[in-house]
Ligand binder design. Structure first.
Ligand code: UTP
Length: 475
């Protein structure tokens, strides 16, 4: 018995090697590699603190929660237009100096969408059904061209989609981006366990592993060498967004500027919650520290509270758009600061497994526990956190579900509404319904215009202005 097997045995996980003698040499190698990547000490701590802890949620934290402060949009009450101009200029000069990288987390499983393939390859635009990756690539390319410096793009994948993601970019010539400026790297994995904390086996030679959550992005950035590469390239500002949101301004100069003006380690965008029950995390503060409280953890009485203006008091909804300072990621992701570690959260899921008698189980009910880190848990560790308000219509319409809210359909409609607002600003006559949706379906490439101002200039520069008809694509 190898040292590793003994180690598993003494930690009550010896069953992982039940079929070791039955599997092929290469399967044995693979299993040994999977097993050696698991930190059994960490796992057993997680099992006792999360799986076997039946205690209720900590109400004392809820008692000390206050709404987080944020910088309102120039158009909102209390907004300061000149501050936003200053921030935008600051961000633009950081972009001209080549200090900014884009960073997409795309390691998730995308189970709710039910699409067979990496989510970033899913088609989302109203006419061409361009993939999420292509939309982001064009936004990043537009920004690189405007500010005269290529914006490197880091993409977090996981073992379930890494090869397919890289192949998709290669097949599409990196959508016009310089190949050496697009970097892919895989996130870490965590084993799924049963209610007794026993590691589940996917089959005789494979542990049931799944990605360690978007919070795993921080340690993956360090472990993969991405952070070192950024340092070598003079990048200190990382613009973070999720793979499922085609409206996101991948590179937003004003946001970058606010982050830099405040010497922030972690900045975030918020949108006011549409209604108290909306399922988004909320920016709060407790004991002077900013944090995101998940919707399921925000006590009902706080979620429903109104301020003196009748607005939802805890209204700062998190939309998973952040800017990270590179050194901050290094500090958290390297684990060298013992006092700044992202906690794991528990998810109760259905996981197929093989038991020790060799029987395969396909459960109908959640039977397993998975462990995930969330990126917003970095917030309490960040110096000078900045939260700015953004307009949902210009920054957030994710594709999460196969149908209904936050689906391909709602997101395509929101993109179309945005193109229509820009077209109207450019003086184009276009009829819409009361939600701003036009009667024609058209599309604007970020390379034509990625802001109202740039859309207007590009439109005005067109010698032959096309009619806005179904299927028109402005490139
Ligand atoms: P979601 O929370 O929407 O999860 O991820 P998901 O796995 O994509 O989808 P469901 O819940 O299975 O339907 C939000 C973002 O975080 C990334 C996703 O790729 C998405 O961009 N993510 C999530 C990771 O990069 N790694 C993870 O382990 C989890």
């Amino acid at each position: 018995m190898s040292k590793l097997q003994k180690h598993f045995e003494s930690n009550g996980q010896g069953h992982v090697f039940t079929f070791f003698d039955e599997i092929t040499d290469s399967e044995q190698k693979h299993l040994l590699k999977q097993a050696s990547d698991i930190d059994l000490e960490e796992l057993s701590e997680l099992v006792s603190s999360l799986v076997q802890n039946t205690g209720s949620k900590n109400e004392t934290i809820a008692d000390s929660l206050e709404p987080a402060e944020f910088t309102p949009r120039p158009e909102s009450e209390g907004g300061n237009p000149s501050l936003w101009i200053e921030a935008r200029e600051k961000g633009e000069s950081a972009l001209r100096a080549g200090r900014v990288a884009a960073f997409t987390v795309a390691g998730g499983q995308g189970t709710r969408l039910g699409y067979d393939g990496p989510k970033g390859t899913f088609g989302v635009t109203p006419v061409l059904k361009k993939s999420l990756f292509q939309v982001f690539a064009e936004k990043i390319l537009a920004s690189s061209l405007i500010f005269g410096r290529p914006v490197p793009w880091y993409i977090l994948t996981s073992i379930i989609n890494h090869d397919e993601t890289v192949a998709f970019f290669a097949e599409n010539n990196f959508f016009g981006l310089p190949e050496d400026k697009v970097h892919f790297f895989s996130q870490g994995l965590m084993p799924a366990v049963d209610a007794n904390g026993k590691i589940l086996m996917a089959d005789k030679g494979q542990i049931a592993l799944s990605p360690d959550g978007h919070g795993g992005a921080l340690r993956a950035l360090v472990r993969s060498g991405a952070i070192r590469q950024m340092e070598a390239d003079g990048i200190d500002t990382i613009s973070y967004f999720q793979v499922d949101n085609p409206l996101v301004r991948c590179i937003d100069p004003a946001f970058i500027g606010f982050h830099l003006m405040n010497n922030s380690e972690l900045s975030s965008k918020m949108v006011p919650k549409a209604y108290p029950e909306e399922k988004v995390g909320v920016f709060c503060q407790a004991n002077g520290q900013a944090l995101v409280v998940e919707y399921s953890d925000l006590p009902e009485r706080l979620a429903q509270e109104r301020d003196e203006n009748g607005e939802i008091r805890f209204r700062a909804g998190s939309i998973a758009i952040h800017i990270f300072d590179r050194n901050f990621v290094d500090r958290l992701g390297s684990g060298r600061d013992e006092s700044a570690k992202l906690p794991f959260h528990l998810a109760n899921k259905k996981v197929s497994f093989i038991d020790e008698s060799g029987t395969i189980h396909e459960p109908d009910e959640p039977n397993a526990y998975k462990f995930e880190m969330f990126v917003f848990d970095a917030l309490p560790f960040a110096a000078n956190p900045v939260i700015i308000e953004t307009d949902r219509a210009d920054d957030f319409s994710p594709v999460k579900n196969a149908s209904g809210i936050d689906s391909a359909e709602t997101s395509a409609a929101d993109q179309l509404r945005q193109f229509t607002r820009w077209a109207k600003e450019a003086g184009i006559g276009i009829e819409t319904d009361e939600t701003g949706l036009p009667s024609v379906t058209f599309e604007v490439s970020p390379l034509f215009g990625d802001t109202p101002g740039r859309f207007i200039s590009a439109w005005e520069a067109l010698e032959h202005k096309p009619e806005l008809t179904d299927g028109l694509v402005l490139v």
